[in-house]
Design a protein around this ligand. Structure first.
Ligand code: THU
Length: 266
């Protein structure tokens, strides 16, 4: 087991715990965060985003990796959690988009063959470095460009989206895993990034399924979108035809909000 130098580990643990404070955990009241270390020292945080449907909960590590892939950063060298890793997290780390990682302590993983780890620097920006789109067509062109970042070894079905928030444009792509229960769609990728970075004003989502001119968000994405941003304006790419628009609450009428769930006391 390769060890992470304690000075680096302490910084990463602190960042993972800071991320955990932004997690969305109304059903468990158990905050969870993760942070990835990139080759240039940049850090990519991820938080746990619980769903009223429980099984649709986005784990912190998956959230961090999908943020990195949407930013075209596959150069992850280490990952540290705010908590001791469980069997599911260990299984995820055997086949990440950045390859196989090995445990480096109860809460840490490193990529085998990595040389000395870089000194941790600031957080990676979650935003696209482009102007805001003026119209739906421009937003969908951006979503198509973003879709090229998708990690889709299983489906070869790239999906890209751009979530417009008050603070900036957040990209999302689908990120697959050899265990299909551990993949994340493009829409939930962008949503998870927004929650991680504390972005709350989610205005518009531009969505393009490059290989399907009738593409719409899947049921799981509809559920998460209704929980986090029911009135968001959704623009869906229709290829050469004019784009279609809707809202999550219209795509999932009578959705389960979780409002009546009993939440454990702190
Ligand atoms: N996918 C999305 O990214 N968004 C959707 O709304 C539909 C499905 C992805 C998930 C998986 O990588 C592939 O498309 C096939 O389902």
């Amino acid at each position: 087991m390769k060890n992470i130098p304690s000075s680096v580990l302490e910084v990463l643990r602190r960042q993972a715990r800071q991320a955990a404070a932004r997690s969305h955990v109304p059903y468990s009241n158990r905050p969870a965060g993760a942070v990835l270390l990139l080759e240039d020292g940049r850090l990519v945080p991820g938080v746990r985003v619980e769903s009223a449907s429980f099984s649709l909960t986005i784990p912190a590590l998956l959230n961090a990796f999908t943020t990195a892939v949407a930013a075209r950063r596959h150069d992850v060298v280490a990952a540290v959690l705010s908590h001791a890793s469980d069997a599911g997290e260990a299984a995820f780390m055997t086949a990440t988009p950045a390859g196989t990682f090995t445990p480096a302590g109860p809460d840490a993983f490193v990529r085998p063959g990595t040389g000395p780890l870089p000194a941790p620097a600031g957080l990676l920006s979650p935003f696209l470095d482009v102007e805001r789109p003026d119209d739906p067509g421009a937003g969908l062109r951006l979503a198509r460009e973003v879709a090229r970042r998708a990690h889709v070894p299983a489906s070869n079905f790239p999906v890209g989206c751009v979530l417009e928030t008050a603070e900036g444009l957040v990209p999302g792509v689908n990120v697959e895993h050899e265990d299909w229960a551990r993949i994340l769609c493009a829409e939930r990728n962008a949503l998870g990034t927004a929650v991680t970075y504390g972005l709350t004003k989610l205005h518009t989502l531009y969505l393009s399924c490059l290989r399907d001119p009738d593409g719409t968000p899947c049921g799981a994405c509809r559920q998460l979108l209704t929980e986090q941003a029911p009135a968001l304006v959704l623009w869906m790419d229709r290829g050469a035809a004019p784009p279609a628009s809707s809202r999550p609450e219209a795509l999932l009428p009578g959705f389960f909000s979780g409002g009546a769930l009993r939440k454990p006391a702190l």
